[in-house]
Ligand binder design. Structure first.
Ligand SMILES: O=C(O)CCC(=O)C(=O)O
Ligand SMILES: [Fe+2]
Length: 421
C-alpha cells in the first residue's frame, strides 16, 4: 500500500495500516532507520476525501490503537516527526491482511513451489489467422496447426485475429482507469453493469503463501454488460471488446471440433456472448519474495477456451512436459489457451494446461482474459466411440464444484473431480 509521507527528521518511521476489515486503521511503528525514537503520541486526523481542509474529527493515539473510519474518508496521522497520508492508494492491503501468512512462513515456503531452477523463456507458437482467408490448402494447414498446438501445448498465440488495435487499446485504457482507482473506491464500486462481488483481490481462503494470488480483478459476467446499451464508456467498451473477441473464440472452437472430425453447431448454440465472462486483471508490484510470489497461483481455466490480451511486462508461465516455461510477451498477438471444458468435451485430445503468473517485484502488470463459456445448463459430454474419461456434467455443476473446492480446500481440484474410475 502506497503511503505519502513527509519526513521532518531522521529516526522513526510511522505508518498506519488498513486492517482486513478495511474500516479499521491500526496504528503501528516500523523500524526502518534505527535507532528508533520512542513511542511518542501522535494525532490522527480523519477527513473527507479532499483531506485536511474538511477535517471532521481528530483523535490522539499510540501505536496499537484501532480507529474506525468511513470507507470514503481520508486519514492523516501526524506524529512527533512524521505525517502520513492514507486512503488513496490503488493497491489492496495485501501485506496487512495476509500478515499472518507472511510471518508464519519460513523463507523456504515458496521455494518449494517455485523451485530453484531457472525457468526457461519461450515464444509460444505464433499462428497467422489470415491464412484462414486464403486458399483451401492454406486454410487446412492453419487449422491443423491450431489443433496441434492445442493437443501438444494447450496454448498458442495468434496474429491477424480480427480484433482491431483500436479496440484493444481502448479496452486497456478503460481497464487501467478502473483498476487505478483508489482501493476503497474499487471495493465500493457501484456500476449497474457489475453484480456484487465482481471486484476480487488476493485469496480470501488462503492458508499459506503458496495459495495467495498477489493480484486484483474485476470478474464480470457478460450477461450483465451486453444489451445494457453501453451505459458508460467502460461498459460500451467492454461490449465492443466482448462481441468481437467472442467471434474469434467461436471460430477457433469450430475449427478445433472440425479437426476432430466433428463439424458441429454445438458452440454456436451453447456459447453466446452473454454466457461468457471477462476478467480485468491488475498485478501490483510485489517487492516481497521477489520472483517467488504468485500474481495468480497455478490453475487451469474452467471454460472451453480463453483469449488473453497481456501487456509487455511478462510473468505468465505454463507447464510443458512437467516443467514451467515463461511466455515471452508479444504485443501484437493474443494468447489462446484451452480450458477444462474443451479437454472433457474432446476426451483429453485438447489439453487444459496449468498456468500461473509470477508477480513482478517492481512493475505493475495488466491483462484481459475473455472466457468462452456455455450457459450453466449446458451438458459437457464426450460423444465419440472410444470410452470416455469423464462423467458428463453441466457447466453449472462444474462451476459449483470449483467454488466449493476453493472455499473449503483453498484451491481448485478441477477435472479430476469428474474422472471416471
Ligand atoms: O494474466 C495472465 O497472463 C493470465 C491470467 C489468467 O490466467 C486468468 O485470468 O485466468
Ligand atoms: Fe487462467
Amino acid at each position: 500500500m502506497r503511503r505519502e509521507s513527509r519526513r521532518t527528521s531522521a529516526g522513526t518511521h510511522q505508518r498506519i495500516e488498513a486492517d482486513a476489515s478495511i474500516s479499521t486503521y491500526v496504528m503501528s511503528w516500523k523500524d526502518r532507520h534505527p535507532p528508533r525514537i520512542g513511542n511518542s503520541e501522535f494525532v490522527l486526523y480523519v477527513g473527507g476525501t479532499t483531506g485536511r481542509s474538511i477535517l471532521s474529527r481528530t483523535a490522539y493515539g499510540v501505536p496499537g490503537l484501532e480507529f474506525q473510519v468511513q470507507l470514503s474518508e481520508t486519514v492523516f496521522a501526524v506524529g512527533d516527526n512524521y505525517a502520513v497520508r492514507m486512503g488513496e492508494s490503488a493497491d489492496p492491503p495485501f501485506e496487512t491482511t495476509y500478515r499472518n501468512l507472511f510471518s508464519n512462513s519460513p523463507d523456504s515456503a515458496l521455494q518449494k513451489d517455485f523451485g530453484q531452477e531457472l525457468v526457461e523463456e519461450s515464444e509460444l507458437l505464433l499462428i497467422d489467422l489470415n491464412q484462414l482467408n486464403l486458399g483451401v490448402p492454406e486454410r487446412q494447414a492453419c487449422q491443423k496447426l491450431i489443433a496441434r498446438a492445442s493437443r501438444e501445448w494447450g496454448f498458442f498465440q495468434v496474429i491477424n485475429h480480427g480484433i482491431s488495435r483500436d479496440i484493444l487499446e481502448t479496452m486497456r485504457a478503460e481497464q487501467v482507469k478502473l483498476l487505478k482507482k483508489p482501493f476503497l473506491d474499487k471495493t465500493n464500486y457501484k456500476d449497474s453493469n457489475f453484480s456484487a462481488g465482481s471486484y476480487r483481490w488476493g485469496t480470501p481462503s488462503a492458508t499459506c503463501l503458496g495459495q495467495l494470488s498477489w493480484s486484483e480483478a474485476f470478474h464480470v459476467s457478460l450477461s450483465d454488460v451486453l444489451g445494457s446499451g453501453g451505459l458508460n464508456s467502460l461498459s460500451s467498451t467492454m461490449e465492443q471488446f466482448a462481441t468481437t473477441v467472442s467471434e474469434l473464440a467461436q471460430t477457433l472452437a469450430d475449427i478445433l471440433a472440425e479437426e476432430m472430425g466433428n463439424k458441429t453447431c454445438f458452440f454456436k448454440e451453447t456459447c453466446l456472448p452473454t454466457t461468457c465472462y471477462l476478467r480485468l486483471n491488475r498485478y501490483p508490484p510485489c517487492p516481497l519474495y521477489p520472483h517467488q510470489m504468485s500474481g495468480i497461483i497455478p490453475h487451469t481455466d474452467s471454460d472451453f477456451l480463453t483469449v488473453l490480451h497481456q501487456d509487455n511486462i511478462g510473468g505468465l508461465q505454463l507447464v510443458k512436459d512437467g516443467r514451467w516455461i515463461a511466455v515471452k510477451p508479444n504485443p501484437q498477438a493474443l494468447i489462446i489457451n484451452i480450458g477444462d471444458l474443451f479437454q472433457a468435451w474432446s476426451n483429453n485430445v485438447y489439453k487444459s494446461v496449468e498456468h500461473r503468473v509470477v508477480a513482478n517485484p517492481r512493475k505493475e502488470r495488466f491483462s484481459t482474459a475473455f472466457f468462452f463459456c456455455p450457459s450453466d445448463d449446458t451438458v459437457i459430454r464426450w460423444s465419440g466411440v472410444e470410452p470416455g474419461f469423464y462423467t458428463s456434467f453441466s457447466f453449472g455443476e462444474y462451476r459449483e464444484q470449483v467454488k466449493q473446492d476453493v472455499d473449503i480446500l483453498g484451491h481448485k481440484i478441477g477435472l479430476s473431480r469428474f474422472h471416471l474410475a
